[in-house]
Design a protein around this ligand. Structure first.
Ligand SMILES: [Zn+2]
Length: 141
């Protein structure tokens, strides 16, 4: 499911480390890397393995399912992209493939009460304008 709303801050290109990640979001694909040397999972996108330093990485598509690791709710934001959102949850999501992403949780009635650590979530894409990237948000699974 895709939603449209006020555009959030956008990545600025060229961006060597994360260009492939943002290109994949245009097809609503959440990608991550693994190391071909030590088999570690690497996220956020980089040119090297954070476990052993190898430059030999492979790209994979996540199923977009995971659980809330932790969440905090921002009650007031003056940033133009966020001021109309009201209480805005910022959450770390642990994906089933073994990486953690910072995002938000949408599709709940009360973001203060309805988002719990360990809650199962799935990715929900928010397109950022024609030809632009899409942002991986999360909703209850
Ligand atoms: Zn490695």
């Amino acid at each position: 499911m895709t939603t449209q709303r006020t555009l959030r801050p956008q990545p600025r290109f060229p961006e060597q480390d994360s260009h492939h990640f943002w290109e994949a979001t245009k097809q609503h694909k959440l990608v991550y890397q693994t190391c071909n040397s030590c088999h570690g999972v690497v996220f956020y996108p980089r040119t090297h393995c954070t476990h052993c330093g190898s430059l030999n990485l492979s790209l994979h598509e996540s199923k977009g399912r995971g659980a809330v690791y932790t969440v905090s709710v921002i009650m007031q934001s003056r940033h133009p992209s966020f001021k109309d959102l009201g209480a805005y949850p910022v959450a770390y999501i642990d994906l089933d493939e073994g990486f953690r992403i910072m995002s938000t949780v949408v599709g709940v009635k009360d973001s203060v009460k309805d988002i719990k650590c360990g809650m199962k979530v799935k990715v929900r894409w928010e397109d950022q304008g024609q030809g632009g990237v899409s942002l991986p948000l999360f909703e209850p699974a």
